[in-house]
Design a protein around this ligand. Structure first.
Ligand code: AMP
Length: 122
């Protein structure tokens, strides 16, 4: 798989400070902010600061520090948002995954029962 990162995507602009965001948590390699079109009472996007277009790209090419920093940020978001009753983590990836923004992001959804994972045809 050849990964081609487009640095004009909206999350790259957020990381450069060109577009505002509602930050929830940040560490050296990771930013977490509220989704602008929340699908649940809690809807946070966790993104690496590096130029990775999808989860598999990040998993393949990120450094150990980036990988650890990302997962620690997920833990912090869960703690800060108090998702004790549970949550769903979603990483839409490329065309079939219906990924709109080509910068890897993990959706953290919580605050209500989220229902079945997928609806529609198999
Ligand atoms: P995906 O379909 O997985 O690529 O999801 C992209 C997500 O980014 C959607 O849930 C959008 O609501 C969200 N989004 C798009 N632009 C912004 C923005 N400027 N700030 C926060 N969230 C955004």
């Amino acid at each position: 798989m050849k990964y081609v990162y487009d640095d004009q995507n909206i999350f790259a602009k957020i990381l450069r400070g060109e577009i505002p965001n509602q930050t929830v948590f940040e560490n050296a390699h990771t930013l977490a902010f509220r989704d602008i079109n929340a699908q649940a009472p809690v809807h946070i996007l966790v993104i690496p600061k590096g130029p990775y277009m999808s989860l598999d790209h990040f998993a393949r090419d990120a450094s150990d520090d980036e990988l650890v920093g990302f997962m620690k940020a997920v833990a912090e978001v869960c703690r800060l948002e108090g998702v004790d009753a549970g949550f769903r983590a979603v990483a839409n990836s490329r065309e079939d995954g219906v990924q709109d923004v080509p910068h890897y992001h993990l959706h953290i959804l919580a605050g209500r029962n989220l229902g079945p994972m997928l609806v529609g045809q198999t």
